[in-house]
Write a protein that binds this ligand. Structure first.
Ligand SMILES: NC(=O)c1ccc[n+]([C@@H]2O[C@H](COP(=O)([O-])OP(=O)(O)OC[C@H]3O[C@@H](n4cnc5c(N)ncnc54)[C@H](OP(=O)(O)O)[C@@H]3O)[C@@H](O)[C@H]2O)c1
Length: 303
């Protein structure tokens, strides 16, 4: 199916039309920084568009998506977050090859014919960020905590990336969910490097090069470190996809052990720039990317 994404550039501030609407659907959305990042970009691009959060209950999702197909709906692009990234894929009129492989969509482009096209920019966002911080997965032993939507995107991106790790071990609270995830991804991607460890209590990172937390543990400032801090060591690169708070207990303990660390703010930034490029159907200028990054960094400081 061929799609012509709606061009952001047609949303000229000179016309007297109401603004085009972009946004994010999910639940909860209380802590999202995406509106700050995208509204800053729209302002810098001088387009007549706004980006809004649309918190949706599960039973509202179908109707919301059906409404998007109506000719007079002013929404032209969406991000999708927890817990709808996987559910939304079959509701698309089409999806790009990577989103199909991941089995999840975090970006929707709505074209002039009101057709919905899904992308996944989480995986490429993660790869772009680890590249920025100088971590190459090539030949590395990687341990991942969690087996939800984010692990799905990260595993898919790593599977298609030239720099292949030596091994990836998944540790999840619910073993069956991690097994199901791996079985599902294995239908479409080479997951031969990936192993699911039956219990998170068997976590062994003594010989690991990289530990990635994709669980939601750490979101609350009172959350304790999911890993025994004694296991952390200075040869480890510790990546926490959580960016709010900026320093989770895991990141704090890892820093104390002298490990290299990164939080998920960079991943959020890169996935956001890639989403906007899909909506605009063009590459973004570095100046616009800087505006987005600054908006995110300021937002993260305030929260
Ligand atoms: N930086 C970014 O750009 C970015 C992008 C996407 C997501 N995120 C963040 O990533 C986190 C996860 O998102 P997701 O979409 O992957 O969520 P998800 O699909 O709901 O998965 C959540 C994972 O956390 C585990 N978990 C939850 N509570 C736990 C606990 N008390 N102890 C141990 N494990 C627990 C779950 O284990 P079970 O299977 O046992 O339930 C599951 O593996 C969120 O904090 C989200 O904000 C960041």
């Amino acid at each position: 199916m061929s799609f012509v994404p709606y061009l952001l550039s047609v949303h000229s501030p000179m016309n007297d039309q109401p603004p085009a609407i972009y946004g994010i659907i999910g639940n909860p959305l209380t802590h999202t920084l995406s509106p700050l990042m995208h509204n800053a970009a729209f302002k810098a691009l001088k387009v007549n568009a706004i980006y809004k959060p649309f918190p949706l209950e599960e039973e509202e999702l179908n109707l919301f998506i059906e409404d998007l197909k109506e000719a007079d709906n002013p929404i032209f692009g969406l991000n999708v977050t927890i817990p709808y990234k996987e559910k939304i894929l079959p509701m698309m009129d089409g999806a790009n090859a990577f989103a199909e492989k991941v089995g999840a969509v975090n970006t929707i482009v709505i074209n002039r014919q009101r057709k919905l096209f899904g992308y996944n920019t989480d995986g490429p966002g993660f790869l772009a960020h680890i590249k920025e911080v100088g971590f190459s997965p090539e030949g590395k032993r990687i341990a991942i905590l969690g087996a939800g939507g984010t692990t799905r995107a990260i595993l898919s991106a790593l599977a298609l990336f030239d720099e292949r790790p030596e091994s990836i071990k998944i540790y999840n609270r619910t073993y069956s969910k991690a097994k199901e995830l791996l079985e599902d991804l294995s239908c479409r991607l080479d997951m031969s490097l990936v192993e699911v460890v039956p219990t998170i209590d068997d976590l062994n990172i003594e010989l690991a090069d990289c530990l990635i937390n994709t669980t939601s543990v750490g979101l609350k400032p009172t959350d304790e470190c999911l890993v025994d801090p004694e296991m952390l060591h200075k040869s480890l690169f510790v990546y926490d996809v959580i960016y709010n708070p900026q320093e989770t207990a895991l990141i704090k303990c890892a820093k104390e052990k002298g490990a290299q660390t990164a939080n998920g703010l960079g991943m959020l930034f890169y996935q956001g720039t890639l989403s906007l490029q899909h909506w605009a159907n063009t590459q973004l200028d570095d100046k616009i990317k800087d505006v987005m990054r600054r908006a995110l960094e300021q937002g993260a400081k305030v929260q």
